[in-house]
Each structure stands twice: as C-alpha cells, then as structure tokens.
Design a protein around this ligand. Structure first.
Ligand code: 3PY
Ligand code: MG
Length: 273
C-alpha cells in the first residue's frame, strides 16, 4: 500500500517523531460536535467507549465526518472488549487504545483483534475503512493495514508496570498509553487521584523511556497543558489534551466572563451562524 493520505498516515507521522494532539470525545454522540473539534484543528480525535458514550453506531456516524477534515479517528474500547477493537478499525479507526492491559497475555489478545495474520487474527471486513482511507485494492489493504493501524495498550496499574518489559516485547503492539488518573490511584493504593503529581508524572516518563528504547510509541492522557508539554518532552508522541464537554464548558465560561468584565463577547460565533 502506498503511503496513505492524511489522516490515515497517523502511524507514519508518530513513528517519524511528530507530536500529535488528540481531543477526547466522551459526552456527545452528535457527529457535528466532533466535526467542530476537527474543524478547529485537532489532528486527532479519540472516541471513548470505556467511560464515554460511544458505541459502534456513533463511531460509524462520526468517523467519516472527522476524516473529512483530515483528522485521525482513534477509539478507546471498554476494558477487555477486544471485539470492539476489531469493529473500530473496520469502521475506520487509525488507532485503538485498550485500557487496563495488565499482562503480555492481555496485550497479545488485544493485538490479535487489531492485526491481520501473521501478527494477529483480525477477521476480514474492512469495507468502511478502505473507503475512508481511499484504498480500493483488497490486496494492497491486506499488505499495509498492519503497519497503518496502531494498537496502544494502556499502562495504568501496578500489574502493568510490573509486566511492562514483557508487554513491550509483544509483536504487533505499536505502543503504550498512560492513563494518569488510574496510574495515580494505583501508585497510592487507592489513596489519591493525582494525575499531575510528581510520582505519577515521573513513573509515566519512565514508561515512555522504556517504550522508546524498545522501539515502541508512547502516548498519554494529559489533564492540563503543562502536563501535555511535559509529556512531549518525555518522549510521548500521541497526547490527549482536551475533553469535549470540558472544552465547551470552559469556552462558555470564558465567553460569559469576557462580557461581564469588559463588555466584549469574545466568542460570539464565526460570522456564519
Ligand atoms: C486515566 O487517566 O486513567 C485514563 O484512562 C484517561 O482517560
Ligand atoms: Mg484509566
């Protein structure tokens, strides 16, 4: 398969060292909401099926809308739901993030649903993704899909940290992805939610260093711009920054505050409302 056009070149860009920010879509199913995030310039949007509202039908509606803006669709599946990982890539996800991967065996099972033989046992059914990626030759798709479709295992528990070296050796696993909230809860044995705490961030940076040394990609969720910048400096390349409902909430508050403070509504629309 020739190099795929944006946004299906996400794997090439990340492997080339580019930092790619992804918005996190969790509270809204309306494809127009995702299209707005894409139009605002997010290079990727992650649809959350673990804690968010998404299901396969909402993905199938929204993914073409964001792809039309050149934005890469990524899906986080529910815990242990690797069948949804297969369906997500069939509907056009460029990458899948699997939460709570605690062992090499978990990682192998996850990979087996995202990659075709010989790396996995993904079953054939990519009509929607081929259409979105602009590939019409099934042979070309089969030859290139394993490289172009990324599998990220979330590292966010004690067992995952203990098994990290083994997880990083799993063939076909493209990268690891830090969940700093769960990681902080794990590191404090349930005592604290502290995604930005020094211990959490340092542990995350050590995971990134190991991933990079093993030739894998590192990704992370960031709860602030400061954490996102720190992640980029630590070698993370796929960085989640900005959750849909929070982006809307913060823009609404800023707009109201701007009117209250100086009489100027900063975000009254783009002139085309
Ligand atoms: C975490 O921080 O635990 C996550 O899973 C981010 O969504
Ligand atoms: Mg988590």
């Amino acid at each position: 398969m020739d190099r795929l056009a944006r946004p299906y070149d996400l794997a090439v860009r990340l492997r080339g060292g580019e930092v790619v920010l992804t918005a996190w879509s969790t509270a809204f199913t309306a494809p127009g909401v995702m299209a707005e995030l894409a139009a605002a310039g997010y290079p990727a949007i992650t649809f959350d099926m673990q804690h968010g509202i998404h299901n396969i039908a909402t993905l199938a509606d929204a993914i073409p809308r964001v792809v039309a803006h050149g934005t890469a669709p990524i899906v986080r599946v529910p815990v242990g739901d690797f069948a949804s990982a297969s369906r997500a890539v069939d509907y056009g996800a460029t990458a899948v993030i699997a939460p709570m991967i605690d062992s090499a065996e978990d990682a192998r099972r996850f990979v087996s649903h995202v990659k075709y033989l010989p790396l996995g046992q993904r079953s054939w059914g990519p009509a929607a993704s081929m259409r979105l990626a602009g590939v019409s030759d099934p042979a070309a798709w089969l030859a290139g899909a394993n490289d172009a479709t990324l599998a990220f295992a979330m590292i966010e528990s004690r067992p995952a940290l203990d098994a990290l070296d083994d997880i990083l050796r799993v063939p076909g696993l493209d990268g690891v992805f830090i969940g700093p909230a769960d990681l902080s809860i794990a590191l404090t044995n349930g005592a604290r939610f502290a995604p930005s705490a020094e211990e959490t961030q340092e542990t995350a940076a050590r995971v990134a260093a190991k991933a990079v040394a093993a030739g894998k990609l590192a990704g992370a969720f960031a709860v602030s711009t400061a954490d996102a910048k720190r992640a980029a400096a630590a070698g993370f390349r796929l960085i989640a920054l900005g959750v849909d409902f929070a982006l809307l909430h913060e823009a609404a508050r800023a707009t109201l505050a701007s009117f209250a403070s100086d009489g100027t509504a900063a975000k009254g629309g783009r002139g085309g409302y």
